[in-house]
Design a protein around this ligand. Structure first.
Ligand code: SAM
Length: 291
């Protein structure tokens, strides 16, 4: 995987997730802005107060909150120093710094925050990377004031992964099934589906974690989508990586294939990608709760 001197979270969020393709980034933001708005619609800081955004990344939720709730303060927290620095620089440029704090913290250990110290906690696509999910919910509950609000969005990757034998990345690949198996093995070695935190839970587990942590009112909404893929660009298909921990398809092909196998795989799959002959399946969950 490429190393730009930034940590894997920063490299992925700021480049690898959209394969460096601005058009793909724009599609991605068309999806992400409504998600951000929905996460923020479940909390109310109209009268001010402090929001703790866990795994704030480049600030999708955190900057959204600063705009939506004019007098609130936002704590950006993340395990990535590079992303905290990036978000800090953005806040300075936007002259919002006086309403922000930047704290290195892992979702499952918020010990630097006092009990009952914040009015709202948000996370988007963070718990998928955390093994200790129950502990994280306990921490969210502990730092929230009584009546405090929690709002979460997480992909439910178990819905679409692992894929059936005859599919790869949503495309029908029966004629090249053995090559696809080699490629899938690269990904399975890095993220075994039964134990990896990205695939070891679903929306019901999220609800149970929240209930066991002591939240009094809990709501969960599941959204499932099955549709043709949006991307038709082979280069973007090759260069994008599904998450920070895995290689791009091009990198996985370099690991798994001989030159001849790369040619066979490419000449079969490329026309399918370019003519959108696949099916993109996804499920996501929103959870919002009150302490
Ligand atoms: C997919 S990004 C989401 C970023 C941001 N929440 C957003 O909505 O765009 C995942 C973020 O989680 C952070 N992260 C990963 N593991 C974490 C952990 N254990 N605790 C807190 N943040 C974590 C990563 O550094 C990254 O910024």
């Amino acid at each position: 995987m490429k190393n730009s001197g930034q940590d894997i979270w920063s490299q992925w969020l700021l480049n690898r997730r959209f394969g460096g393709d601005p058009e793909r980034l724009s599609y991605m933001l068309d999806f992400l802005y409504p998600v951000r708005d929905k996460v923020l619609s479940r909390i109310n800081l109209d009268d001010g107060g402090t929001l703790l955004d866990i795994g704030s990344g480049d600030g999708l939720i955190a900057f959204g909150a600063l705009e939506e709730f004019e007098t609130c303060r936002v704590i950006f927290s993340d395990i990535s120093d590079d992303l905290l620095n990036h978000a800090h620089a953005l806040a300075r440029n936007m002259k919002l710094q006086h309403r922000c704090e930047f704290v290195r913290a892992s979702a499952d250990d918020l010990s630097m925050f006092e009990d009952e110290s914040v009015n709202a906690v948000t996370t988007r696509s963070v718990l998928i990377y955390v093994s200790a999910k129950q502990q994280s919910f306990k921490e969210f509950q502990r730092v929230l004031k009584p009546g405090g609000q929690l709002s979460i969005f997480e992909p439910i990757n178990r819905f679409a992964y692992p894929e059936p034998e005859d599919r790869f990345a949503g495309y029908p690949i029966m004629p090249i099934v053995e090559l696809a198996q080699k490629l899938k093995a690269v990904y399975r070695r890095i993220q075994p589906p039964d134990t990896d935190p990205m695939t070891d839970f679903d929306e019901r587990d999220l609800m149970i974690y929240a209930e066991k942590a002591g939240f009094s009112t809990i709501n969960v909404e599941l959204q499932i989508e099955v549709k043709p893929p949006e991307n038709t660009d082979w280069g973007t298909f090759l260069h994008a990586a599904g998450n920070p921990k895995i290689p791009s398809i091009e990198e996985a092909m370099q690991q798994a294939f001989t030159l001849g196998e790369t040619e066979t795989f490419t000449s079969y799959l490329r026309p399918l990608v370019e003519s959108r002959q696949g099916i993109h399946r996804s499920a996501v969950a929103y959870l919002w709760a009150v302490k």
